[in-house]
Design a protein around this ligand. Structure first.
Ligand SMILES: Cc1cc2nc3c(=O)[nH]c(=O)nc-3n(C[C@H](O)[C@H](O)[C@H](O)COP(=O)(O)OP(=O)(O)OC[C@H]3O[C@@H](n4cnc5c(N)ncnc54)[C@H](O)[C@@H]3O)c2cc1C
Length: 578
């Protein structure tokens, strides 16, 4: 028996994208949010540095400059129609959040203050520009709290600690989802006119990551298992400043406020890689530069395995007021005093550029031709619009989730107001039920933690900042073996009440799907672009590769790859120099 619920708009995920969509839909139609976490525990709440918009509050700026930076930052893979929308709507989106009560930092004149971030420049690359709006280094926390309050005010219903397992599809259209209630072990059918996925990223496939434990790609995994494609999975962003060995993030705001990366000789090495904007070059370039420094023996420490983030020249008052949390992380986790010494940092797996393909209305693509799945939407990090192309600029994700979350919510309202509920069979939950029963039957097999550790180490060593045909083939073979081992493991805890072992088991299955789609997409792309760097194909090759990858799961194993042209616009691809 499964419980049945009926809604006009059903949103999966209570991060910034899900809540913004819920707010837009909840004003007009019967709306619910289903989330495996309590809403304010979503990863959006950990976002530190800021959300950008060309407000021009502290210096001259324009949304076109922002669009140019985003396209150039993306290594020209972003779809320029989507980028234009995002950069234009950024300004109203920030003002909307301000009116909802978000406590942005202010200038002495009372305007929203803005600071520098990587890749954001004045007049097409002339110099860094102050474009990021922020609330100290807790911007995401403030966005999440603000949106959650507003959703409650509008009467949006929440199903917290519900884990989505499956999509309900009727003749190629989406008619709801099946979810597992973590507190009771019961299944629920959410029958809905429109469904939006906003389940966030999947950095947990890598050993060193800034991502929360829960970021395992469940949403894209459910989509993939239902025969729908995933776009541009080969592009995964490594953020330059994760705390050494741990990966915990030190926001780029640290460099925006004047922090400098140095090698073991104290040299500001970014001067050699990006002479104009130096430490504020885009993340893919800085992470690669750090790898080069270490490869050439200029890494810091006895093992030449990290670099140093130097904040000692930043005014202590600025550190205190604008970077309080991240400096505390350095003290707590590494025992380092950032006001007096360099903080050891390494590139950390941070952001999935790829995900569920959508158009600018957040409608999900069913194929590379751009046909859509009626009633089905996606937004936020789990989606690929694609505004970030091969590399996302800092502060463009908080913007993306708010802009395309809202657009998704508006479209769902429209769709739900003009379409009936589709009839669904009584037993739509059977597949999920059988799956869970199978996991709980028989012997335990080996501990999941052992299999997970191998995946995370291999992905880090062979599919992270630098890749090649050989390393990707190796890790692909490993994933096949890990899948066989995973399929033999069983959940030992048979209880129905808060069975976290079962949840982790299911999450890991999705993570394996994400890793497989990433590796196969990356091996096929025989060029280097943005976050995808191949040391056996070091150049970008627009003639062959100015296109998006769509990976679709075949029944017999490896994904099948098809391609979709990039939507170009004002900016033609040129060599990327900073
Ligand atoms: C440490 C850190 C700092 C960052 N700083 C910045 C920054 O300063 N500026 C910026 O622009 N970007 C930043 N980013 C990136 C940005 O925060 C994220 O990309 C963005 O917040 C993602 O939002 P989201 O709504 O898509 O997903 P999330 O906030 O991750 O929310 C995902 C939601 O999906 C739900 N969910 C997942 N799986 C299931 C399931 N199976 N069933 C039910 N629910 C499910 C979860 O419960 C959660 O509510 C940062 C990221 C990190 C990790």
């Amino acid at each position: 028996m499964a419980h049945l619920h009926t809604y006009d708009a059903l949103i999966v995920g209570a991060g910034g994208a899900g809540l913004r969509a819920a707010l837009a839909a909840g004003k007009n139609v019967k709306t619910a949010v289903v989330s495996k976490l309590y809403p304010t525990r979503s990863h959006t709440g950990t976002a530190q540095g800021g959300m950008c918009a060309a407000l021009a509050n502290v210096e001259e700026d324009s949304w076109e400059w922002h669009a140019f930076d985003t396209v150039k930052g993306s290594d020209f893979l972003a779809d320029q129609d989507a980028v234009d929308i995002m950069c234009r709507e950024a300004v109203t989106s920030v003002h909307e959040l301000e009116r909802m009560g978000l406590p942005f930092n202010r200038t002495p004149q009372g305007k929203i203050d803005q600071r520098r971030f990587g890749g954001h420049t004045r007049d097409h690359g002339e110099a860094p520009v102050r474009r990021a709006c922020y609330a100290a280094d807790r911007t995401g926390h403030m966005i999440l709290q603000t949106l959650y309050q507003q959703c409650n005010k509008e009467g949006v219903e929440f199903f917290n600690e519900f884990f989505v397992l499956d999509l309900i599809m009727v003749d190629g259209a989406c008619a709801g989802i099946v979810a597992y209630e973590i507190a009771t072990g019961q299944l629920h059918i959410f029958h809905a006119k429109s469904v939006l996925f906003a389940t966030g990223g999947f950095g947990k496939m890598f050993k060193i990551t800034s991502n929360a434990h829960t970021l395992t790609g469940d949403g894209p995994g459910v989509v993939y298992r239902n025969g729908l494609p995933l776009e541009d999975m080969e592009f995964f962003q490594f953020h330059p400043t994760g705390l050494y060995r741990l990966g915990i993030l030190l926001s780029e705001a640290a460099r925006g406020e004047g922090g400098i990366l140095r090698n073991k000789d104290g040299e500001r090495f970014m001067e050699n890689y990006a002479p104009t904007i130096k430490d504020l070059a885009p993340r893919d370039m800085v992470s690669r530069a750090m790898f080069s420094e270490m490869k050439e023996g200029r890494g810091a420490g006895e093992n030449n395995d990290h670099l140093l983030l130097d904040l000692t020249d930043v005014d202590p008052e600025v550190v205190e007021k604008k970077l309080p949390d991240i400096t505390e992380f350095a003290r707590t986790y590494l025992g380092v005093e950032p006001l007096e010494e360099g903080v050891p940092v390494v590139p950390t797996a941070h952001y999935a550029m790829g995900g569920i393909p959508t158009n600018v209305k957040a409608e999900v693509h069913r194929n590379a031709a751009g046909d859509i799945v009626p009633g089905f939407y996606a937004a936020g990090e789990c989606a690929c619009v694609s505004v970030h192309g091969a590399n996302r600029l800092g502060t463009n994700s908080l913007l993306d989730i708010v802009v395309f979350g809202r657009r998704g919510g508006v479209e769902m309202t429209e769709y739900a107001s003009t379409h009936p509920l589709l009839d669904i069979p009584d037993d739509v939950h059977r597949r999920a039920e059988e799956w869970i029963e199978a996991l709980m039957e028989g012997d335990g097999g080996e501990p999941l933690a052992d299999i997970r550790e191998v995946l995370q180490n291999e992905m880090m060593d062979k599919a992270s900042v630098v890749r090649s045909e050989d390393t990707l083939t190796d890790v692909h073979e490993t994933i096949g073996k890990l899948r066989a081992r995973y399929e033999l493991t069983r959940v030992r805890d048979r209880s129905k009440i808060f069975n976290t072992e079962l949840v982790e088991h299911i999450e890991f299955g999705f993570l394996l799907d994400m890793a497989e789609a990433l590796v196969v997409s990356a091996r096929a792309r025989t060029e280097s672009r943005g976050g995808h760097y191949r040391d056996d194909h070091e150049l970008r090759e627009d003639e062959h590769w100015l296109k998006h990858t769509y990976a679709t799961k075949r029944d017999d194993g490896d994904p099948e790859l098809t391609y979709r042209d990039v939507t170009l616009g004002r900016y033609t691809p040129v060599e990327r120099k900073y």
